[in-house]
Structures are given as structure tokens and as C-alpha cells.
Design a protein around this ligand. Sequence first.
Ligand code: ARG
Length: 460
Amino acid sequence: MKLWGGRFQKETDNLVNDFNASIQFDQRLYREDITGSMAHARMLGECGIISREDVQAITQGLAGILADIESGKVTFTAENEDIHMNVEALLTARIGAAGKRLHTARSRNDQVALDFRMYVREQIPVILSQLLELERVLCSKARQHQETVMPGYTHLQRAQPISFAQHLMAYAAQFRRDITRLEDCKARMNECPLGCGALAGTTYPIDRRMTAAALGFDGPTSNSLDGVSDRDYALELMSGLSILMMHLSRFSEEIILWCSWEFKFIELDDAYATGSSIMPQKKNPDVAELVRGKTGRVYGDLMSLLTVMKGLPLAYNKDMQEDKEPVFDAIDTVEMCLPVFAAMIDTMKVLPENMRAAAGHGFINATDCADYLTKKGMPFRDAYTAVGRLVAVCAGGGKTLEELTLSQLREVSALFDEDVYEALSLRTCMGQRKSFGGPAVSETTRQIEDVERFIKDRTK
Ligand code: ARG
């Protein structure tokens, strides 16, 4: 008979058993379930609701079950529906009556709310440490390429000169926000729903502060209905993970472009690229493509839970059992993407000559040329037009700005002098962009040191 079978005259149909069960996927919550039950039992004992002997039997019984699950000795059943009832049934089979007292002053609704919250809380640090490793990789790559000039783009058109370090540190800034977003989520979610009961708390003299403290929460959730129906933390996590994946996906897109023959700014390490079954020459950026592809999956996970939650009246509804698979999937996906992505970046070969060659074409020093005239007294708008005319001259003759002779330059403005060639050199154009946050070496050094300090603050 079912744990809840008291008022039923018939056995559950097998189709319903399978349909209703969540054990296939919620068994991964076994550790949280047992830890939560141990804290609950101890509190029941402290508050005089069950006897010390029962607490002792329950705690030992649960410890034995935990050990058996971890050594693969336990088979869960769909008959027992979910991890909570599977564990309780195992416990009662092992210790008898005391096992039946464990569920006093508790419901599966606050139990699942607790287990799931603890699981999410434990996974956030795993993702954070993977993100910190990625930041470390970016800083060390950036340190090597502060003078590696490349074209910066807008509209995927060559725009102005930057360094490869500046480009990498842009991503480091994004991942830094991802880290603080997840930290915020972890801090906000740290309230314990245990003791909310089914929805309306309990008449037993329980101590919710005691279980909250024992389980490492800042305190109990303040409203019993909200405590069992809140899945905001899961949604916040998946929102944070979606934004993180969006960053990884944009970066992946650039990796894919950069290792194409059209760009050839980088070459992926053989260990992080794949071949083609038919084209012997191919070396494909599958890792980056998969990260880009899996981003859609994580967005889907977020949308799935948002949609499950949107029409639910308070408090618990069985719809909420659908919360687990998307969250597990989003976490698994991110935890799989981050290490392989970081290693791919760490091992890729940067091709500075190709970056510099690309930077030499496309008039990416045109703004600097206009700035040159402006600094000699011409209003910027006039300088802009003058340089536009020069670009047209160059484009006609297949030349770059710095290849024009002084007399050609002077046809457009008498303000041009010998020093224009130095002003137009890529080294000057990149190196003089010293404004705060710019690509000059002094500024990329500051950015790298900032991020290194950020990492250090979190790893000591
Ligand atoms: N397996 C259920 C879930 O994941 C546990 C809570 C069930 N509660 C209930 N009243 N049926 O949501």
C-alpha cells in the first residue's frame, strides 16, 4: 500500500504510478533529503515531540541508507513515487515504528522545497569556481597579448585598433558580472522552508530556527505558503545561467569566426578541435559550436520553469514536480561547458601577425587621422569630412591612409605634416587610447590586475 493509501479503496493504476513518479530524476536529491531528515528528527527530539531513542534510531537508520545508496546497494521504486517516500519506506523497513515518526510535523511539500533549495545552493559554488578558473585563463592570456594589435569591430566591420588583451578582458568583465549575479542569488535564497508543512505550518511546537541553523541557512522562510511555493531561486539561478551562456555563446561565435580561413586570428589546439569524416583538410571548432548550441537548451530550461509557474495558485501544486529536470539540465549543461571552454581558450594558439595584418587594412586609423587634424585646430566634424575624402582617394587607388604622400594629404588639408605618419601608426593608435577602460597597455594592465584581485578575494 502507498504511504498515503489510507483513504483509497483501489490500487493506483500502473500507468498513473509511472506518470506520477519523479524518482527517475529526483533520486539525485538523496543526500539533501537525508541531511534534511536528520536535522528535522533532531529538532523533533529537542522539542520533545519524539523520544531521544527514536531520534537515535532514525539518525542511524538514515546514515545506513545514505551509505548504502552511495555504494549502489539501493534500488528505488516508482511504486514509492519520489526520493522522499523511497527514503522513508526504506527507513521504516529497517527501523520500524521510529521510521514512521520521522514525518511528524512535516509534509513532502516543505521537504521537497528544502531538498531542492539545498541542491541549488550546493551547485552554485561549483559553477562559481569554474567561472573563476575561466577568469584566471583570460587574465593570463591577456597578459601575453597586451601589445597584440587587432582590429576592433562594429557591425562586424573593422572599426578601430584594439589589443587582443582588450578583447579578452571584455569577456572577463562579463563573466565577472555573472559571478556576482550567482553570488547574489545564493545569498538571497538562503532561507529554510522546512517547517512550512503542507502549506499552513503545524500545531506541533517545532523550532524552525533550529533546523534552519543546523542546515546552514540564515533563518527560516517567513511565510508558510510562500515557503512551499517559492521557486524564485531556481528561476534566478537559471536566469543567471542563461545570461552566462549568452556570454559563452557570443565568445564561441568569435572563436568560430577567428579560426576560419577568412580571419585566421587563432588556431585551436588539436585536442580541442575535431575533424571531418569526409574532408581530410578540416579542423572544426565543434566545442565552441556546441557551447553556442547548448545555450538554446539553457534558455529553454528557464522558459520551461517560468511557464510551469505562471498560472499556479498558492500553495503547492503537482505541476511543480516539473521544476527539477530543467534545473538539473541547466546546471549539468553549464558545468559541462565551462571547463571545456576554459581549456579551449587556454590552449588555443594566437596568431598576432594575422591580427596585425587585418588591422592594417580597413582604415581603422581613420578616426585617429581625424583626431590628428582636430588636435591641430580643425573642428572635428570638418576633420571627419576631410578624412572621408582621403578614404575615398585611398579606396580608389588601393592604398591605406599612411601610404598617401604628404602632398596628397595636403590637397585635403594644409594642416598635415610629417608627424602624421607616426600618428597614424597602429602602435600609436592603439597605444595612445589611454582613456579609462581603453586598450592602451596601462589600461589593460589595470583591468587585468582588477580581475586578478577579484579572483584572489574569492579563492583565499
Ligand atoms: N515529488 C514531489 C515533487 O517533486 C514531491 C512533493 C509532493 N507533494 C505532494 N503533495 N504530492 O514536487
